[in-house]
Design a protein around this ligand. Structure first.
Ligand SMILES: Cc1ncc(COP(=O)(O)O)c(C=O)c1O
Length: 445
């Protein structure tokens, strides 16, 4: 527990940190500095309490300041702060991989460690290409992503991603051979759906068209988020993911689920793949893996993929890929402790028991000024606001600021306000998040 508030830097001291995904000049003119955290709350540098409606950035699933994680990290730092994982090993990385394999979707029992969601995605894409080559299908080098997809900021993830602002400046540097499925957000047909929308399973059939266009035998993998978070909460229509799975199977194409935000209990099962009963071949994770305490990611690979690599001479490295910090012992300690907390407190499934209360709460926003859609699943919610003419995102940003002024942290993407609170949330906190957002929406013209 961080009992002391960190002193706020003076105004000029904000210059050196080039902040990620931030309007730097706007922020530095009016900074929002978080200095301490515990349970469901942050405290600002000037001592204001902020209810965390987004689990930090969709990662602090067990709430802030978990003593068990702090102690495990401290102990590991005192025992062995670092050890390499190239041609060497350390027990805690194997222990964590075994632990993860136990909660994995069926067959996804081989775990490759990374340091972030972006690295997990680029790792999964590389594994997909190398897997096909290992089976004698080296011509399978294309990827299919999806519009509005977010798969981090590496060149691979950016190329398969479909958020225009993340791509447009880097257009000339994209991976070749990538195409995109249409996204599944359709406010016209699905506005105010409770849970998964009913309309839109047929959107998966666009994959057949891309396969016809590019020739299925050149495609390595399809990558989608089961639920897209960064683009403002985009849900899969009922039956959509199953259809994608069937088409991939038919054409021998790998299916990758990017579960960086949906993993570790967010949707009421350990992974969304289990909630939707669709098993991918590769699954990318990060964020909740360590409760956000130490950066870490993991790619879950199906055994058949791992086994395909284990064919050549036994002294040969099977996959020329890895990170200095793959399976970092301190990150492993944090992840093991986080998993222990999740298990003890039932957090990998708690979202399922809160889902209907959460759904009713977020749908109470329907009817407020400018609210054109409300979406929810598990402990994920979003309210989409009508953009101001000629000023997309302005209304959303003002609502986000108003919530913060009123002591609640939500996440804004354009004119969509997303919520994904820690999975320890209680009823009164659900009510406060939604009431505050409702007030902020009413107060914003
Ligand atoms: C689905 C998804 N994939 C990948 C990433 C990238 O993760 P990171 O920021 O840890 O690189 C994110 C981050 O929000 C994400 O939501």
């Amino acid at each position: 527990m961080n009992a002391q508030l960190t002193p706020a830097p003076a105004q000029g001291d904000l210059d050196a940190f080039w902040m990620p995904f931030t309007a730097n000049r706007q922020f530095k003119a009016n900074p929002r500095l978080l200095a301490r955290a515990e349970g469901m709350y942050y405290w600002t540098a000037d001592g204001r309490e902020i209810l965390d409606g987004v689990a930090g950035l969709w990662c602090v699933n067990a709430g802030h300041g978990r003593r068990e994680i702090t102690e495990a990290v401290t102990k590991q730092l005192g025992t062995m702060e670092y050890a390499p994982a190239f041609q060497m090993g350390h027990p805690i990385a194997f222990e964590l991989a075994n632990r993860l394999a136990k909660i994995a979707p069926p067959g996804l029992e081989r775990i490759f460690f990374t340091n972030s969601g972006s690295e997990s995605v680029d790792t999964a894409l590389k594994i997909a290409i190398a897997y096909h080559r290992a089976r004698g299908a080296g011509q399978r080098i294309r990827f299919i992503g999806r519009e509005k997809g977010y798969h981090g900021v590496g060149f691979g993830g950016m190329s398969v991603g479909g958020m225009v602002n993340n791509r447009k400046v880097f257009g000339s540097s994209m991976l070749p051979g990538v195409d995109h499925l249409p996204h599944t957000l359709d406010v016209g047909n699905n506005a105010f759906s409770r849970g998964l929308p009913e309309w839109g399973a047929h959107l998966a059939d666009a994959l057949e068209r891309l396969i016809a266009l590019h020739d299925g035998s050149t495609i390595a993998a399809v990558i989608v988020e089961p639920i897209a978070g960064s683009a403002g909460v985009v849900l899969p229509p009922i039956g959509y993911l199953k259809r994608l799975r069937e088409i991939c199977d038919k054409h021998d194409i790998l299916l990758i689920f990017d579960e960086v935000i949906t993993g570790f209990g967010r949707v009421g099962k350990p992974f969304a793949s289990q909630a939707f009963d669709v098993t991918p071949d590769l699954m990318t994770t990060a964020k909740g893996l360590t409760n956000g305490a130490i950066p870490m990611g993991a790619v879950f690979a199906h055994r058949k993929i791992y086994d395909a690599f284990m064919q050549g001479p036994e002294n040969a490295i099977e996959l020329f890929h890895g990170y200095t910090y793959s399976g970092h012992p301190v990150a492993c300690a944090a992840a093991l402790a986080a998993l222990e907390v999740y298990t003890k407190e039932g957090l990998l499934t708690r979202a399922a028991s809160l889902a209907s209360e959460w759904e009713n709460a977020v749908h109470s926003l329907r009817g407020l000024p400018h609210v054109i859609d409300v979406r929810n699943y598990g402990l994920i919610g979003a309210a989409e606001l009508e953009p101001r003419a000629g000023k997309p995102g302005a209304r959303g940003f003002e609502v986000f600021l108003e919530c913060f002024e009123r002591g609640v942290m939500v996440r804004q993407t354009g004119d969509t306000i997303a919520m994904s609170p820690p999975l320890i949330i209680e009823s009164k906190q659900i009510a406060r998040i939604v009431e505050t957002l409702g007030t902020a929406i009413r107060e914003t013209a």
